[in-house]
Structure formats: C-alpha cells, structure tokens
Design a protein around this ligand. Structure first.
Ligand SMILES: *[C@@H]1O[C@H](CO)[C@@H](O)[C@H](O)[C@H]1NC(C)=O
Ligand SMILES: *[C@@H]1O[C@H](CO)[C@@H](O)[C@H](O)[C@H]1NC(C)=O
Ligand SMILES: *[C@@H]1O[C@H](CO)[C@@H](O)[C@H](O)[C@H]1NC(C)=O
Ligand SMILES: *[C@@H]1O[C@H](CO)[C@@H](O)[C@H](O)[C@H]1NC(C)=O
Length: 204
C-alpha cells in the first residue's frame, strides 16, 4: 500500500472523527494514483467517504472486497443527487485548501518540510490539527473554513513524506507527525549531510 495514501486516509479518519473505524485496516479501494497532492488527496477522501458509507450510513449493503470506493460512492449518491453535489463541494473545498497550503510556502519552508525545517513543520501541523479539531462541526457556516484548513494541513503532511528521506530510510507511517510537538527522534541539523555523495560514474 502506498504510504502517503495510508497516512492521508488515517489523517482523514482522525479529522473527520470517525473513531469506531479501524483506520489502519481497510481494503485498498482507490483508483490508480499519479502522486500529485490533488490526486492523492482526492483518492484518500474517496476512500474515507466509501468507508463511512459502507460502515455507518448503509452498513451491510456493500461488498467492500469487490466494490471499489468510486463504485460505492456512485451507488450511494445515485438516489440523492443533491447530496452528491454537496459532497463534491466538500471535496473541492479541501482541494482548494491544498492550494492555499502551497501558497503558504512563500512565507516559510516549514510548510513544505524543507530546508531542515522538519521540526518547525511538525509543530505547525500539530497546531493546525488542534485548531481544526476545536472548530465546531455542527456549525454549517464554518464547514468551508474547516475544509480549507484540512486541505492546508494535508499539503504539509504529504510534503513530509515527499521532501524528507523518511521513506528512503524505511520509516513507514509516522504516527507522531502532526500529533506531537516532538517527533520522537533526532532530526538532522541544517549543516549535516543526509545524502550520500554520488561517486559512482553511473550515479545521477
Ligand atoms: C471501480 O468499479 C467500477 C464498477 O465495477 C469499474 O467500472 C471501475 O473501473 C472501477 N474503478 C477502478 C479504478 O478500478
Ligand atoms: C488520479 O490520477 C489517475 C491517473 O491520472 C487517474 O486515473 C485517477 O482517476 C485519479 N484519481 C482521482 C481520485 O482523481
Ligand atoms: C506523543 O508523545 C507522548 C509523550 O510526549 C507519548 O506518550 C505518545 O506516545 C506520543 N504519541 C505519538 C503518536 O507519537
Ligand atoms: C552544525 O551547527 C551546529 C550549531 O548550529 C554546531 O554546533 C555543529 O558543530 C555544526 N556541525 C557541523 C558538522 O558543522
């Protein structure tokens, strides 16, 4: 399973506060992914929505082994086009938050976990997560704002996996990311080299 995908899905479970779902074990429904922020996020939201539909809204109605996420979503919304429109708006607002996350980068490399700002980036994520979970989800006026925040959070979270060497060193899913102010392991200083020099003639 794609690690970034798994993480985003876990994240969505935390944020959407669906505690009964075992967010770490599920059938991998999603479409083929192309590794852009938007594609990964879209796929993760689709997974979470399908899990929610199949586990809560209409439990027992879907075959989660044979039916993929887009199929479950299609069948569920077939009978309620208005709900489908609202779902699309929600997804687009989260994706809009991703681009806002990208714009934040101009202010500081911590938003992309770059330039050894990994600890700062993690503290930012933890603050952002605390803010998000403190916002009242029963206030419909606030839902757009919450989704935009979630999108910004996800942008930086994904960049941890793409802009650090965490995956290359076999780190897997990092549960402390965006959850604790301390990551639980030492992070290289800006003046420490973290890559091997390319000495092989074939190395690029
Ligand atoms: C999902 O399932 C539907 C219906 O079986 C199928 O048409 C579609 O191609 C599947 N999508 C993927 C990405 O496998
Ligand atoms: C992600 O990208 C792939 C390849 O371009 C595409 O087939 C797929 O539908 C996209 N997934 C989502 C959820 O947008
Ligand atoms: C967060 O940190 C606390 C102690 O500071 C620790 O007990 C807990 O396991 C950590 N959680 C994660 C997900 O790393
Ligand atoms: C890196 O910088 C820190 C202080 O910023 C310094 O204490 C340390 O000696 C430096 N390490 C190297 C390898 O230059």
């Amino acid at each position: 399973m794609n690690v970034r995908m798994l993480l985003v899905t876990n994240l969505m479970c935390f944020i959407l506060i669906i505690p009964e779902i075992n967010c770490f074990l599920y059938v991998e429904y999603h479409d083929q992914i192309d590794f852009t922020h938007v594609n990964i996020t879209r796929g993760a939201i689709q997974d979470v929505a399908a899990i929610h539909i199949a586990s809560y809204l209409e439990p027992g109605k879907y075959d989660v082994v044979r039916q993929n996420a887009s199929e479950i979503i299609r069948l569920y919304f077939q009978k309620n086009p208005q709900a489908k429109d609202r779902y699309k708006i929600a997804v687009n607002e989260i994706l809009q938050g991703l681009s806002m996350g990208e714009r934040n980068v101009q202010q500081s490399p911590k938003y992309t976990m770059n330039n050894e700002q990994i600890e700062e980036g993690n503290r930012y994520l933890n603050e952002k997560r605390s803010l998000i979970v403190s916002l009242p989800i029963d206030d419909h006026q606030l839902l757009t704002a919450i989704r935009l925040q979630i999108g910004q959070f996800i942008f930086t979270l994904q960049d941890f996996y793409s802009n650090t060497n965490w995956i290359e060193i076999g780190g897997g899913v990092l549960n402390s990311l965006g959850w604790n102010d301390t990551l639980g392991f030492p992070v290289a200083q800006a003046n420490q080299s973290t890559c091997k020099d390319c000495t092989e003639p074939s190395a690029k």
